[in-house]
Structures are given as structure tokens and as C-alpha cells.
Design a protein around this ligand. Structure first.
Ligand code: IMP
Length: 205
């Protein structure tokens, strides 16, 4: 029994990414749907970590305590906009507003702002509730700049305006597998993998 990681999300893309990064651990990665849990969780935390933990705890409570339950929360911080939209990234200008409109709005709010003041980052916190009851969180970050126009067809959300200076492209111009290697979520997942190795949940290679 055991050896299951439940990732508390309705987003199959995220589950795919978790599988890719944790596939060598020998643990089975399942979504909420896979284990028949359907919850409407209110994410009313003030930080990414709080929100991730709210989700992981809610799902852990609905299960029998033998699994590792993980959840994430992420957002875009634009320095010139006092780190908006931040934890409200999904709700910025309304949950159902298309990202083309949200992205144009951010570009407009940065009109005339020079390169060096257009700094921004994607942040991702991942929380885990372990079978012994321990709760932990990790944070991954990718630094970049807000571009002057939308670029790229891959990714989702704010990717078309998030420019990575070292690569000379936006994260929407990267293939999913390449973005995962450097993204906030990819980095947070690697850190969580290390934390679980340190606790001997996963073997060391
Ligand atoms: P959540 O953590 O799934 O609730 O995502 C929060 C929101 O942050 C998303 O809806 C996007 O608006 C934004 N976001 C988080 N990660 C990314 C990313 O990798 N690319 C683009 N937008 C992102």
C-alpha cells in the first residue's frame, strides 16, 4: 500500500509536469479526479504558501492519510506595479477575462517604463501533507521582465508577456518540456523532491 502522491489540482497539465519530474521516484502520481475527490476549495490565503497548504490540507482530510498530498499556488509579480497581480493573478480583472486582455492591460500600465524597471517574476509555492502529518512548503521562482507585446503560442496565462532575458524569448516561446526545466513550478517541484529525499520518502540515486 501507499506510494501514492495525490496532486490537488484540476489541471491535468500540472499533473503531467509533476509526473515528468517525479517519475524516477517510483511513486504513483494521481490527480484529485483520479482518486475521486471533488472539492470546491476557497483559496483565501494571503501568500502562495498559505493557499497551497489550504488546498493540500483539504484534500488530505478527504483521504485516508496514507498518501502524500501536494498542491501548488502561483502567480506573477510585476515590480513596477507593487508586485501585482501576485496571489490574485488568476482573479486579476476577473477570473473569466481572457488573458489577451489581462496581458494588454499590464503592458499598458507599463507604457513608457524602461527595460530596467520592467522586472517581474513568476512564483510558485508547493505544499505537501505527509503520511506522518508533517506539513511543508517550498518556493520556486523565475526572474524575467515584462515585454512590450505578446509573443509566443505555447504556455498559458501571462506567458506571452513574460520575457526571460538570458534566453531572449518569452516563456510562451518555449516548448513545455523546456519551460519546465527553468520555470517557477519546475524549480519548486525539484526542491520538494529534495525535501522528500531528505525524509527518506524517495531513494537517493
Ligand atoms: P494557480 O496557481 O493555478 O492558481 O495559478 C495562478 C495564476 O498565475 C494563473 O492562473 C496564471 O494567471 C498565473 N500563472 C502561474 N503560473 C504561470 C505560468 O507558468 N505562466 C503564465 N501564467 C502563470
Amino acid at each position: 500500500m501507499g506510494k501514492r502522491i495525490i496532486f490537488a489540482t484540476g489541471n491535468e497539465g500540472k499533473v503531467r509536469e509533476v509526473r515528468m519530474i517525479l517519475e524516477d521516484t517510483g511513486w504513483e502520481i494521481l490527480s484529485m479526479k483520479d482518486v475521486g475527490v471533488s472539492l470546491d476549495i476557497v483559496e483565501d490565503g494571503k501568500t502562495y504558501e498559505e493557499n497551497a497548504l489550504i488546498k493540500a490540507k483539504a484534500v488530505a482530510e478527504a483521504l485516508d492519510g496514507e498518501d502524500i498530498v501536494m498542491a501548488d499556488d502561483s502567480g506573477l509579480e510585476v515590480d513596477y506595479l507593487n508586485k501585482e497581480p501576485g496571489v490574485y493573478s488568476a482573479r486579476y480583472m476577473g477570473e473569466d477575462t481572457p488573458y489577451s486582455i489581462k496581458n494588454h492591460n499590464i503592458i499598458q500600465r507599463l507604457e513608457g517604463v524602461p527595460d530596467e524597471l520592467r522586472t517581474a517574476r513568476f512564483v510558485c509555492a508547493i505544499a505537501a501533507v505527509l503520511p506522518d502529518g508533517e506539513q511543508l512548503t517550498v518556493r520556486g521562482v523565475i526572474e524575467g521582465r515584462i515585454g512590450y507585446e505578446e509573443k509566443g503560442e505555447h504556455g498559458f496565462g501571462y506567458d506571452p508577456i513574460f520575457y526571460v532575458p538570458e534566453l531572449g524569448v518569452t516563456t510562451a516561446e518555449l516548448l513545455e518540456k523546456d519551460k519546465n526545466l527553468i520555470s517557477h513550478r519546475g524549480r519548486a517541484l525539484m526542491l520538494m523532491k529534495e525535501e522528500l529525499k531528505n525524509r527518506a520518502y524517495f531513494g537517493r540515486q
